[in-house]
Design a protein around this ligand. Structure first.
Ligand SMILES: [Zn+2]
Length: 451
C-alpha cells in the first residue's frame, strides 16, 4: 500500500490532536477509498453496520459497499427511504438501534445532518465508536459531541460522542446538491453573531471566552466564508474550505463541552422554526437556511445596539420598568403552544433571571465597559448588509418570505427566542437594559431591509 498521510491539513491536524474522541478527519479527493483502511486501522474491525438513505446510497453508499465487500468486510445495512424526508428525532434512531445491538458491527453513517445525528445518538447509546462518511458540507454537526434531535417535540442537543473518524470525499461533497452547500455556508455564517454573543457574555463576566477554542472557530472564519460564489459553483477548493470550517466548529464544541462556540441567539431563532416544523413547498426549511435568517435577524439587532450609547442608562429606572419573572412566565405561557416547550422555556428563563441587586450591578458594569465592548463588537461583526450579500451570493434565502415566513411570525419568533435557552446572548443584554422592544422594532422598521 502506498504511504498515506492521514491528515495533511495542518489546521485540522492540530485541532484533532486536542480532541479526546476524534482520531482523524480525512478531507481529500477520493477519500472514500480510504475507508476500508481507516476501519481496520482505527476500529480493528472487519464488520460494519452501514446506515444511509436512498439518496446517500447513490452519492457514496453503493460505491463504499462494493469496496468494503471486496476488501473482505461483512456488512449489515439500514437504508432509510428518500421520501418522506427523514426527521431528526430520537424515535428514528430507535428504528435501527435494536438491530445494531443484535447484529453488531462498527456503525458507519453515510449521509449529512440527520443521518449523522441519528447514528451519533444510536452509537452513543451502546458506547460504540463510529465512522462518519460525510456526503455534503451542509452543517457543522459532523465533529460535534452532541446530537440536536427532538424528543417528544422539543429539540435539544443530546450529549453524545463525536465520530472516531470522519471521511469527506471532495468529489462527493462537491457533487452534493448546491443548496446543501449553501446550508453549510449559512450555518457557518452564524458563527459571526454567535461569536459576538460570546464577547458580550465574556465582557459581563458571565461566560469567559475559551482561549483554546475561540481561535479554532474565529481565526479562519472569514477565510472560510470568503468565496460564497464558489459554493454555488461547487468547486473543490470552496468545498474543502467550507467542510474544514464546519468540522473545526464541531471540534471546538467538543473541546469546549457545549455549543457556545457555535451557537448564539441566531440558533435560538433557528431552533424555534425547526421545532415548529416550518416547511416550504412541502419540505422542511433546512437548518442552514434557518440559521442564515437567524443570523441576519441578530445582525440587525446588533446594528441597532452598536448605535446606542448606554452612558445615560439609569439602573433605578430599568429596574422599575423591568419585566419580572412572573411577567415573563405569563408571556411564555401565552406564546408557546406545546406544554413541553413551555415547561422548558420556563426552566431556561428562570435559570438566567437575576434579582434586582444583581441587575443593578450588571447595569453599572455595562455602563463602564460599553465603549470598549462596543468597539470590540464593531470590529468583530460583519454588518447586516454585507452578510446579506454574502448569503445571497452563496445561494441561500435572505428574506424569511422566501421560505414562507411572514413578518408577524418572524417577529414572534424573535421575541420568543429570548426564552428558550439560558445561554446569555444579545437578547438578554437588551432585556436587561430595558431596550428589548425598541431593538426589535428596528429589525422590522424597514421591510425593504429583507426583500
Ligand atoms: Zn448549526
Amino acid at each position: 500500500m502506498t504511504e498515506f498521510i492521514e491528515q495533511p491539513n495542518e489546521t485540522i491536524r492540530s485541532a484533532v490532536a486536542q480532541s479526546k474522541k476524534i482520531d482523524t478527519i480525512v478531507i481529500e479527493n477520493d477519500a472514500l477509498q480510504r475507508v476500508p483502511f481507516l476501519l481496520r486501522e482505527h476500529f480493528k474491525t472487519s464488520s460494519v453496520f452501514l446506515i444511509a438513505d436512498e439518496n446517500t446510497m447513490v452519492a457514496a453508499g453503493n460505491g463504499l459497499m462494493k469496496d468494503l465487500t471486496e476488501s473482505g468486510f461483512t456488512l449489515t445495512t439500514h437504508v432509510f427511504p428518500a421520501t418522506p424526508y427523514l426527521k431528526a428525532k430520537v424515535e428514528n434512531a430507535d428504528v435501527f438501534l435494536s438491530r445494531l445491538k443484535a447484529d453488531g458491527g462498527v456503525p458507519v453513517a453515510v449521509g449529512s445532518g440527520v443521518i449523522n445525528d441519528l447514528v451519533k445518538y444510536a452509537a452513543f447509546q451502546i458506547n460504540q465508536p463510529y465512522l462518519s462518511v460525510a456526503t455534503a458540507a451542509s452543517m457543522d454537526g459532523y465533529a460535534s459531541a452532541g446530537a440536536p434531535l427532538s424528543k417528544k417535540g422539543f429539540k435539544h442537543t443530546i450529549p453524545c460522542a463525536p465520530p472516531r473518524v470522519i471521511v469527506a470525499d471532495l468529489g462527493v461533497i462537491s457533487n452534493a446538491p448546491k443548496a446543501m452547500s449553501g446550508w453549510g455556508y449559512g450555518d457557518l455564517a452564524g458563527k459571526i453573531p454567535a461569536g459576538a454573543d460570546w464577547l458580550i457574555a465574556d465582557a459581563l463576566g458571565i461566560e469567559s471566552l475559551d482561549s483554546v477554542v475561540w481561535p479554532l472557530v474565529q481565526d479562519d472564519l472569514r477565510t472560510w466564508l470568503s468565496n460564497p460564489a464558489g459554493v454555488v459553483i461547487g468547486d473543490a477548493e470552496t468545498s474543502n474550505a467550507l467542510f474544514t470550517g464546519l468540522v473545526m466548529v464541531g471540534i471546538a464544541m467538543e473541546i469546549h463541552g457545549s455549543s457556545r462556540p457555535a451557537s448564539g441567539a441566531d440558533h435560538q431563532i433557528a431552533h424555534l422554526w425547526e421545532m415548529d416544523g416550518v416547511k416550504y413547498e412541502g419540505l422542511p426549511v433546512s437548518h442552514g437556511t434557518c440559521v442564515a435568517l437567524g443570523t441576519l435577524t441578530i445582525l440587525s439587532l446588533y446594528e441597532w445596539l452598536l448605535a446606542q450609547d448606554f452612558h445615560e442608562l439609569d439602573a433605578q429606572r430599568v429596574i422599575r420598568h423591568r419585566r419580572r419573572f412572573d411577567d415573563l412566565a405569563k408571556e411564555i405561557r401565552r406564546s408557546f403552544v406545546s406544554p413541553n416547550i413551555t415547561e422548558k422555556a420556563l426552566q431556561e428563563t428562570r435559570a438566567k433571571y437575576i434579582e434586582d441587586d444583581l441587575l443593578r450591578e450588571r447595569i453599572v458594569r455595562i455602563k463602564r465597559i460599553w465603549p470598549g465592548l462596543r468597539k470590540r463588537l464593531a470590529d468583530f461583526l460583519i454588518p447586516f448588509k454585507e452578510m446579506k450579500a454574502m448569503l445571497s451570493a452563496a445561494g441561500i434565502a435572505t428574506d424569511p418570505a422566501d421560505v414562507g415566513i411572514d413578518c408577524a411570525y418572524h417577529r414572534q419568533t424573535l421575541v420568543n427566542s429570548l426564552f428558550i435557552r439560558r445561554r446569555y446572548t444579545i437578547l438578554d443584554f437588551l432585556e436587561e437594559t430595558g431596550r428589548f422592544d425598541e431593538a426589535i422594532n428596528h429589525v422590522f422598521s424597514d421591510a425593504g431591509r429583507w426583500g
